[in-house]
Design a protein around this ligand. Structure first.
Ligand code: DQQ
Length: 592
């Protein structure tokens, strides 16, 4: 199929050129301790890079993101304990001070007033006590009554046994909360009950308060061979008792990493603060990191009095993912400044660890997104925080485009390496929709591989070709296909990286996810894509499906540093584009 697309694209280009003639509206670490809890053993034990005197390599510079957060150098993984406090956003992250490979993990710390520009600070937590000498792993922040933030995080001891530890700000009047003091009685929570696995007990959630005034939190663990979101209660955050039933458990013995648990009101833009009373009608969301790379969530009803969470759907195979691409260990927090809930996640490099050593850095974070529940209560909707607009530079705007089968429309006039693109597709007819097979829901990636952009369809594929080289040998394609299911329409969104780079050995999947859509009611399917050099973050159907991806086109490190961007349609039904807007994006200020 990839070959067919290679052949097809020049044909499409010609078709497009012809249509332009007809339609004038077209303008053309050395210690290498422990694992990362993520099974990414290949990252482990690589030699740290030597400090280089020479200029950074072209790859290091050209693939460095301009507005997706990353420290100046070294390894970064999970966001840990994000919070908004006294006018400042805090971004803590799993960080290796010693090199661009996993190991020696501390809590890196950066602060911001707008979630876009960041000031780097000294690490907030380093490995300096017996209960975190193996690493200060992922955790959360809770703001206790009276405005007292507390960090709870996982530490590993010298034998890699995990336990939960506490830290408080040294000086709450320091606006940046630079220094944190660990509690004298750390660790405050150990996995010392019979049946617990002491090396799989980590990533405590933000606390939430119950009607009895006690704090709750969940910790991922393994109990009697079951993986579980273990539930704990406390009066003071220092002494914890396990609730006899977990929030959720499964007989699949896989670790549930980086749990998150939060309340949402269907159809509301407002986030809910878990430290306050939760209004009637709210649903709860349990997010779990599975298989060391997939953040899935389940929506359900949580009875706060009995501490029982009942998922709306039992079939865990159908639980949606927060993001269908490279997006893991996500964390949400309540932003009291704007009354919204925000999420971000770790996005790995998908080149080799020796590439990372050469670049001198590894790991970025997805752009902060608002997260809320759709009015039908079934799906979370995510969207980049509006502060991103402060980075927008020159804009191009097209209206009333019409993409017939085979049309390829070049989007020019913006920086194609750093752009924010919003495009709506409107269908002229839904008659051509092909039938939907529900078994596809179990493997959307397979569907994206088989029904790629070169495979002509009824409605779609249509979407964007981005980061394309002059001859189209390199291209990343983000596209939709529309199917008719029994009750409604199902849309497949793909982010196909298989031809994103000529470099061999990269991980280049065709990511994909489905969402249900009422096409009779809403005829427009929106796509927003943030292009940031090696990051491609896409939001389909108003954020119903999101796909984060990493790409390393060779053409970016070649001399010309050029890339092309197109809108296209390869379906029978004509797709109208009532509106296409794109902006060049400036570089965020990140001082480390
Ligand atoms: N990363 C952390 C763990 C967590 C894993 C270690 C998820 O706490 O389970 O850096 O990526």
């Amino acid at each position: 199929m990839a070959q067919a697309w290679a052949i097809l694209l020049p044909v499409l280009a010609l078709a497009s050129y012809a249509s332009h003639l007809l339609l004038p509206t077209y303008i053309t670490g050395p210690l290498c301790t422990g694992g990362d809890g993520g099974g990414r053993s290949s990252f482990l034990c690589a030699q740290p890079p030597k400090e280089k005197d020479q200029d950074p390599s072209p790859a290091s510079t050209m693939y460095k993101t301009a507005f997706h957060f990353q420290p100046a150098k070294n390894w970064m993984n999970d966001p840990s304990g994000p919070m908004y406090f006294n006018g400042i956003y805090h971004e803590f992250y799993q960080y290796n001070l010693n090199g661009p490979i996993f190991g020696d993990i501390v809590w890196g710390h950066s602060v911001s007033t707008d979630l876009v520009n960041w000031i780097g600070l000294e690490p907030a937590l380093v490995r300096d006590t017996p209960s975190d000498i193996d690493g200060c792993w992922t955790g959360s922040v809770t703001i206790l009554p009276g405005g007292k933030p507390v960090i709870i995080y996982t530490g590993g001891d010298k034998d890699q046994h995990q336990a939960q530890n506490i830290a408080f700000p040294k000086n709450r009047s320091d606006p940046y909360l630079r220094e944190w003091v660990k509690a004298a009685n750390n660790p405050v929570l150990r996995p010392d009950e019979p049946g617990m696995n002491s090396i799989e007990f980590r990533d405590p959630t933000t606390g939430w308060i119950g009607p009895d005034g006690l704090w709750r939190m969940a910790v991922g663990g393994e109990l009697n061979g079951y993986s579980a979101a273990l539930l704990y209660k406390s009066e003071d955050f220092l002494n914890w008792t396990r609730v006899d039933h977990p929030l959720y458990s499964s007989n699949a013995s896989i670790m549930l990493e980086c749990l998150d648990f939060f309340a949402v009101l269907p159809g509301s833009n407002n986030g809910l603060d878990m430290s306050s009373a939760i209004p009637n009608g709210a649903k709860h969301v349990l997010k779990m990191g599975l298989n060391f790379g997939e953040d899935v969530y389940v929506i359900g009803v949580y009875d706060l009095k009995r501490d029982v969470f009942v998922p709306d759907t039992d079939d865990s195979r159908l639980w949606p993912r927060i993001d269908y691409g490279n997006f893991y260990a996500s964390k949400t927090f309540f932003d009291s400044k704007h009354g919204r809930r925000i999420i971000w996640a770790w996005t790995t490099e998908t080149d080799s660890s020796s590439d990372d050593v050469a670049k001198g850095w590894a790991g970025i974070h997805s752009f902060p997104r608002t997260i809320r529940l759709d009015s039908d209560g079934k799906r979370l909707l995510q969207w980049p925080v509006e502060e991103i607009e402060s980075l927008r530079g020159n804009e191009i705007n097209h209206q009333g485009l019409e993409l017939k089968r085979g049309d390829l429309f070049e989007i020019e006039g913006v920086d194609t390496l750093q752009a924010d693109v919003e495009i709506d597709f409107e269908l002229t007819s839904v008659d051509d929709a092909e039938p939907f097979d529900p078994s596809w829901l179990l493997n959307a990636q397979k569907q994206c591989r088989e029904a790629d952009a070169s495979v002509h369809g009824g409605i779609g594929p249509f979407g964007l070709v981005i980061l394309a080289s002059d001859n189209m040998e390199e291209q990343t394609v983000v596209h939709f296909r529309v199917y008719k299911s029994q009750k409604n329409y199902m849309i497949l969104m793909c982010s196909d990286l298989r031809r994103s780079s000529l470099t061999p050995g990269l991980d280049t999947p065709a990511y994909g996810g489905f969402f249900e859509f009422d096409l009779e009611k809403e005829r427009k399917i929106s796509l927003r894509t943030l292009i940031d050099r090696s990051a491609v973050e896409s939001f389909g159907g108003g954020g119903r499906v999101c796909i984060m991806a990493r790409v390393y086109p060779v053409s970016l490190v070649d001399d010309d540093h050029k890339a092309h961007m197109y809108a296209f349609n390869n379906g029978s039904a004509t797709a109208r584009v009532p509106q296409l807007r794109a902006w060049s994006m400036r570089r965020a200020r990140v001082s480390i």
